[in-house]
Design a binder for this molecule. Structure first.
Ligand code: CMP
Length: 235
């Protein structure tokens, strides 16, 4: 029974991008070192500055990495889904967690101890190259976020965010408008680095410009590449 479970864990591990080129024996080594843990939506997995150094992989559900301030305001750095890993920064440099990790929905995670991971990397350096690739990808995304925060006002950021999630949600209504499941103003604020009040104002501007409307629990967003920049309105 346990052998069967380990085999299926090894197969799941080989589906994860960072481990996909691992020869079976190393995938087995990683599978042997993994422990599984379940979290309910909203549960913290760890907090920023915690001293843990395990690597986590998402097997089911979603987890967000966030910065939280003293007032409990949140800025979401990224959301990780099935096959993604997180916790690699403390894993690699042994320093405290750079951000908090919170279950965005019910989630099943595997975690691997730092020593086990370093042992496997030494045996199979290809894992390090895959991980570097993933880190560079994250850095590029972060650069994009910095550019967005530096150069776009709140309504432009919101429009950009809607169009980005539409790429993954991929739903359109009969008029060709992008359909995005409604989120609270607080949730939107945490995704684009803003406040609830500024989001309300930005939504009013987007509604007035006929770029965003709301219906049946969805935001409907104009798919045109353009938006506010030609006639910039400050939110
Ligand atoms: P670690 O510092 O160990 O714990 C917090 C985790 O959040 C971090 O590892 C990364 O996995 C993730 N994280 C931190 N900053 C970013 C970022 N800018 N983009 C994506 N993920 C991040």
């Amino acid at each position: 029974m346990i052998e069967k479970y380990k085999d299926s864990l090894r197969d799941s591990i080989k589906k994860i991008a960072v481990f996909r080129n691992l020869p079976d024996r190393y995938a087995q080594l990683i599978a042997d070192g993994f422990s599984m843990v379940n979290f309910r939506k909203g549960d913290p997995i760890f907090y920023q500055s915690d001293k843990s150094t395990d690597l986590y992989v998402v097997f089911r559900g979603k987890v967000r990495a966030s910065l939280l301030n003293r007032e409990g305001e949140e800025f979401v750095l990224d959301v990780f889904g099935e096959g993604d890993f997180f916790g690699e920064m403390s894993l690699l440099d042994g320093r405290p967690r750079s951000a908090s990790a919170i279950a965005n929905e019910d989630a099943a995670l595997g975690f691997l101890r730092r020593d086990k991971f370093l042992e496997t990397i030494k045996a199979e350096p290809m894992i390090a190259i895959e991980m570097l690739n993933a880190l560079v990808h994250r850095l590029r995304k972060t650069d994009d976020v910095i550019g967005t925060l530096a150069f776009l006002d709140v309504s432009e950021r919101l429009l950009k965010f809607f169009r980005e999630i539409a790429k993954t949600e991929g739903k359109k209504d009969k008029d060709g408008l992008l359909k995005i499941k409604k989120q609270t103003h607080k949730e939107l604020a945490s995704r684009i680095g803003s406040s609830r009040e500024a989001i309300s104002k930005a939504l009013r501007i987007l509604w007035f410009k006929k770029l965003v409307s709301e219906r049946d629990g969805y935001f409907l967003v104009s798919p045109d590449a353009g938006g506010l920049s030609e006639e910039k309105v400050s939110a």
